[in-house]
Design a binder for this molecule. Structure first.
Ligand SMILES: [Zn+2]
Length: 390
């Protein structure tokens, strides 16, 4: 672990920030793996409904929060699903075999705790992904990676009946058992375009499910600012909390087909290039909102990307270019919906994604929200047309 993690500092968090950290905490801690998003989606819905002018649904569980009713259709997408597990077998001895929902690296799993939602019981059950002690392993076995298909979840039961009596059945979902927390650090950084140094207080947050509750959070905070500050814009905004992104951008596909957007944004975690082993990734945690120049799912419209970058420069929002050779986000499907829609992935470079504990800098989140509000104010039909017309 790179940081000594402190417990939540609720009332001391980012005194200058407008971020609703209590909501972020609730959203990240909520249960909602791909295909089982209902509980987390309800948390998003209860918050967002206060700021939306209208709410629509697709039939994949995505929720659409609307604001404004004229001009180009702007779709913001954050995915509410998190990576998790599904129970595939209950053994005679009372252990649970599982399959992944979304992409897990085998090495991150042994001895981690998971939270199971039994379909036939009322109580959530905590399990441990079992691992043999080194004492009983051969030297050869000790240096080998254990694959998921060899792993099992131990809930402390000793028979199949005991497991079933707790209401657990094949097909039941599970998520990482981990909780949101924040920490503050004082950082000395070189000023941009000068050799002078400045001291910055940074507030970091760790949680499961930042991928992609942080995107849903950003989208709903944008909506809140538009609503609370009574900001007029010549567009129709569709902030969509999509489902099943981690298993193939499925909720973005259905909701985008429903909306037929003119412009799209995916709001998601990005990979942070500031940890050992991530060399070559230019985007880094704490250096601003990342503006993607491309990933495995799309090449963003260059004029649209330039427009967003220029807005960031003009209003002084910290931002950075980003690129990923593989992987993708909801924008990968939005930009090829209907006749196409110029789309962009705005990211929060985050350490240790797709694990029990991811880490990000809340100032990057603040920057993403400020930038999006300004971009929404400035987009109009003429500007949107200019991205594609010759
Ligand atoms: Zn992901």
């Amino acid at each position: 672990m790179l940081f000594h993690l402190e417990t939540a500092l609720d009332e001391h968090i980012m005194p200058d920030s407008k971020l609703n950290i209590d909501f972020l905490e609730k959203l990240c801690n909520a249960f909602g793996p791909s295909g089982f998003e209902r509980e987390a989606q309800k948390v998003a819905f209860d918050y967002g409904k206060e700021f939306a002018e209208d709410i629509e649904y697709d039939r994949m569980g995505s929720v659409v929060f609307k604001h404004g009713s004229k001009g180009p259709k702007i779709m913001l997408a954050g995915h509410i699903d998190e990576i998790g597990f599904v129970i595939t077998e209950i053994t005679k001895k009372g252990f649970l075999k599982f399959h992944q929902l979304g992409g897990w690296w085998d090495q991150t799993l042994l001895t981690q705790e998971v939270l199971i939602h039994p379909s036939q019981g009322d109580d959530e059950i905590i399990g441990i992904i079992g691992a043999p002690p080194p004492h009983i392993l051969s030297p050869e076995a000790r240096s080998k990676v254990v694959t998921k298909d060899k792993m099992y979840i131990d809930i402390g039961a000793s028979s199949e009946k005991e497991v079933k009596d707790l209401g657990i059945r094949v097909g039941d979902p599970a998520v990482p058992y981990a909780f949101f927390r924040t920490m503050e650090r004082i950082r000395e950084e070189k000023k941009e375009d000068s050799d002078e140094k400045e001291t910055r207080k940074v507030t970091l947050a760790a949680a499961k499910a930042f991928d992609d509750r942080i995107g849903v959070f950003i989208g709903l905070e944008v909506l809140r600012r538009l609503s609370e500050d009574k900001i007029e814009h010549p567009n129709t905004l569709y902030m969509v909390s999509t489902t099943q992104e981690e298993v193939g951008l499925r909720g973005a596909r259905t909701s985008a087909q429903m909306i037929q957007p003119d412009i799209g944004f995916s709001l998601d975690v990005d990979i942070s290039g500031d940890v050992p082993g991530a060399e070559g990734i230019v985007q880094k945690m704490g250096k601003g909102v990342s503006i993607s120049a491309g990933d495995g799912s799309m090449i963003p419209n260059p004029k649209f990307r330039q427009f967003v970058t220029e807005v960031a420069e003009e209003i002084g929002v910290r931002h950075q270019p980003a690129f990923l050779k593989s992987g993708g986000t909801d924008a990968g499907i939005i930009h090829i919906t209907g006749m196409g829609a110029p789309s962009l992935f705005l990211g929060i470079p985050t350490r240790h994604i797709h694990s029990h504990h991811a880490l990000l800098d809340l100032s990057d989140v603040e920057n993403a929200i400020t930038l999006l509000v300004e971009v929404i104010k400035r987009l109009d039909k003429k500007t949107v047309d200019s991205f594609t017309k010759l």
